[in-house]
Structures are given as C-alpha cells and as structure tokens.
Design a protein around this ligand. Structure first.
Ligand SMILES: Cc1ncc(COP(=O)(O)O)c(C=O)c1O
Length: 362
C-alpha cells in the first residue's frame, strides 16, 4: 500500500480519540434505555399511510433544497411564523453546522451536558469554556464564566443528562448582559418539560433554538429536526447547511405526520404518558436510592439521572442492569468521585424491570 501521512490532515484529537459509539446490539428482549428514544412505535395505520406516500418520492431526483411546504407545517406545529423555521437533518446535524459556522469564536458549554458539544470542540480544536452546573445540577449566574468577546453560548434546556431547565430570569439576564454573543438553546426535550424560549426569537435576533423529531415524535430513525430563529439569521445558516441533507423520504414522512391532527394528538398523549412514567420511576428510585447510594436530580425530560457518590456502587448497578439485558448510559462524570447513570424512561413494563433489577441488589 502506498503510504500517506494521515497525521498531517487530522487534528491530534481525532487521531487519538477512541471510537465514541459502541455498537448497541438490539438483541431479542433487550431493554433499550440508553438513547432517550420514545419507547413506542408508530400506530400501524399511520405506518400504512406513510408507506403509501413514499411511493410518490422520485428517487432519481434530489429533494427540494428548501422545502417551504414542510417548513410551513413545522411552523404550525411549533407555533411560530414560517420564516422562523429551518428544517434540518436532525438536531445533531444542525449543531454540527452551527459549530462549523462559528469555529473561530469561543464556545461556552454547560458541564455536564450533551456530549456532542464537547466532542465538536475537542475534535476540531475549538476554543471552549465550560459553564459548570452547581452541585444540584442547576444553571447559576455565579458559575457563568467571565467572557468579554463575542462567543457562542450553548444552553441545553432540559439539559441532557441532568434533566433540568434554565430559569427564564437567568436566561433573560444573560441575554441582556451578553448582547454581543450568540445564544444556541437546545430544546430537543422541550415537549417533556412544557417550557420553551421560542417566543424570545421575536425579541432577540441572537438566539437559535434547536429542536428534534427524534424524541417526543418517536422518529429517531428519520434524522430530522429544525431550527427556530430570526429570518435574517436563518438566511445565513441556510447557506451553510449541507444542501439536500434532509432526504426526500424523511421530508415526505414528516409531511404526512405533521398534516395529521390525530397523530399530533397521539404524540401529546404519549408525551403525557412518558411524563407520568418518569415521575413514577423517579419516586420509586428515590425510595431505593438511599440504600443503593444514589440521588436523582428532578428531571423535566424523558430520562432520569442517577448520581452515585461512590464509583463502585454505580458500576455494580450498571453491571447488574446489563446482565439483565437492560441498556442504560454511564455518563462521564464532571466530578471525579461521582458515578452518573442516565436511564431513559421506557414503557411501564420496562421501568418495572429496571426497578426490580435494582431492588435485587439491595
Ligand atoms: C441535547 C440533545 N441535542 C441534540 C440531540 C440530537 O438529536 P437528533 O436525533 O435530532 O440528532 C440529542 C440526542 O440525544 C440530545 O440529547
């Protein structure tokens, strides 16, 4: 083989990073609670409607580079003006575009938060400052880093993996103090918290809200999401987003779903169910947490975080769950002597299995 020096082309972080994603075998009977997905499949009737509509997609043609009809449907769902919407190939792709677009700026990133933020900064050697959450995993003004030049301030609300939202008053304070910064607010889990900052987009032209169809809509396989921002800001981002990245099938499926009021109602009912299951799961976990050595911050999303004060205690529970084919996510700790386990809310049966397995360790 002719040799080529890869080291000259990739950053050191890329060359020395271990594969981030482990393969998740979807073995029979596996309880998959590691990716914050919705545990319910689409109703068969809707699937049939989708399959029929897919026949209209011309596979030899590129999809529309700007699908205004789809963005109108998304705007209707999000309750914003259509020119405030940009459809994307998932929230992750939108975050990548934003990080690439402002690669010469500082990024302020909550810690702990969604791993993709930190990952982008490390892989591309971006300038990154962490905004440490407090001991109770809250956003606080006191711990906000000192910044004096234009930066991209990333806020995840509800925050993955802690499940907490930023207080509206704190966000308002930051928006006023840092008029020279761009605010990226990740609201991928907003349906489960019922709180959104989308209306601030009318008042501030330095906010981008990131949303996804992977979570409340239960469409993680589709790879679709959207941004909400001022039309001026979106006009610039539209030029930077990879053309045709939201594929024709995904656009068609979304159009079918977003035009179907019955399904939109079903989504709301499923979100209500998940919120109920989350609260039951949290209450039950709180009951056994003392004995098993963990606490759980109140979650406003479709997952809960177990904070173990001893690494050994956390590892023991993780191993026991895995042994029982229950897949949850160990999160890199932001405090060295803590062990964090994130558990997505599953069906009632799956949540019961989690609780029974954990109780068997008592
Ligand atoms: C906070 C947060 N933002 C963005 C994403 C990515 O969402 P998508 O599936 O739309 O790429 C995730 C996925 O888990 C997430 O937790």
């Amino acid at each position: 083989m002719k040799t080529f020096n890869l080291a000259n082309f990739f950053t050191n972080a890329v060359l020395h990073n271990e594969a981030r994603h482990k393969i998740n075998l979807q073995a029979d009977g596996a309880v998959l609670l590691d990716r914050n997905e919705l545990p319910f499949e689409l109703p068969q009737l809707l699937k049939d409607e989708i399959h029929a509509a897919l026949g209209d997609v011309l596979l030899n043609r590129y999809p529309k580079p700007h699908n205004a009809d789809l963005e109108r449907l998304i705007a209707q769902y999000a309750d914003v003006q259509p020119d405030h919407i940009l459809a994307t190939a998932g929230a992750g792709a939108a975050i990548t575009t934003i990080f690439n677009a402002f690669a010469d700026r500082y990024f302020v990133i909550p810690e702990p938060s969604f791993s993709l933020f930190d990952y982008h900064c490390r892989m591309n050697e971006l300038k990154c400052i962490h905004w440490q959450l407090d001991d109770n995993y809250r956003y606080t003004f006191e711990l906000f880093p000192n910044i004096s030049e234009p930066a991209v301030i990333v806020i995840d609300s509800p925050n993955n993996p802690t499940g907490q939202c930023i207080e509206p008053a704190l966000l308002q304070t930051l928006l006023e103090k840092y008029r020279f910064c761009l605010f990226v607010i990740d609201e991928v889990y907003f349906e489960f918290s019922g709180t959104t900052f989308k209306d601030l987009v009318d008042e501030y032209d330095n906010i981008i809200i990131v949303r996804s169809f992977s979570k409340a809509f239960g469409l993680a396989a589709l790879r679709a999401g959207y941004l909400i921002a001022s039309s001026k800001l979106l006009g610039h981002l539209r030029k930077l987003i990879l053309p045709f990245s939201l594929n024709g099938y995904a656009s068609q499926i979304l159009s079918v779903i977003l035009s179907n009021n019955q399904y939109l109602q079903l989504i709301q009912e499923r979100v209500d169910d998940v919120v109920l299951y989350r609260d039951v799961l949290s209450t039950e976990l709180e009951r056994i947490g003392g004995e098993l050595g963990f606490e759980i911050p109140a979650s406003h999303a479709n997952f809960v975080l177990l904070v173990f004060s001893s690494i050994g205690a956390g590892e023991k529970i993780y191993a026991k769950l895995l042994e029982n084919n229950i897949h949850v996510l160990p999160v890199s700790p932001h405090v060295a002597d803590r062990y964090l386990l994130r558990i997505s809310v599953g069906t009632e049966r799956e949540n019961r299995k989690v609780l029974e397995t954990m109780r068997s360790c008592m």
